[in-house]
Structures are given as C-alpha cells and as structure tokens.
Design a protein. Sequence first.
Length: 139
Amino acid sequence: MSLEKNISFIINDFEFFDNWEEKYEHLIGLGNNISEIDQSDKIEKNLIKGCQAQVWLICKIENRKLILRGDSDAIITKGLVGLLIAVYNGVSPKEVVSSDSSFLEKTGLSKHLSMTRSNGINEMRKKIISFCKNYLKNE
C-alpha cells in the first residue's frame, strides 16, 4: 500500500467518529491491534527519547519496504505507536522521507494531544525518518 492510501484511510477513520472520546477509543484500539514485541526488543537502542511514557520502536527494511513494530507502557501512547505503524508500515523508505506530519493535523490529533504526547509522536516520526534516510544513503 502507498503512504497516501494509508494516510487517507487513517484520516477517514478519524472523521467517522463524532467526538473526541470516540476518537481516543479508536486510538487506543490502534494500539491494541499492534503485535506484541519481545521483551528482548525492549532495549535502550529501541527506546524513544523525549517521551513521557516508555516507547520502543523497531524499524527494519524488508523487500525495500519499511516494517515497524513497537510498544509503549501507556495506552494512549501505544495508540500513537499503532497510528504510526498504520501510516508507515509497508511503505517505501523514499515515501517516508518525503512525507510530512500534516496527517496529524487532518485527524485533529495535533490539537488534542498534550505537549508531552505531541513531543513523543514527533520523536517517533524523527526516528522513522532518520532510519529511512540512513537506509537510502547506504542503499
């Protein structure tokens, strides 16, 4: 799937809900749907700095597509991990590098997240983009 289709799907998902309580429930559902990561992956190298909660994000490239896995010890933050996985998983590194964060505004999330959660999702995006830039540089 393309990044554009993933983003469109996510934006449509969030537009479906009438209020923020329902949108937060959907966000939590995104977190609940991600695959568990092994305890052995919950290491310093995979830990995202700048998040209030503990967040682990694992980036890999398989068949020239980004594969993401992650987890958090907080349910809303785990939902944000799930959101980023839904947006970026299976996308080419080139698409990831040329993307922006406007989908967060289009879902309305950027207005409704606390400063620490906004900072956390931005740090997660930075790690994903940096990983893809490094991959493309060494390709």
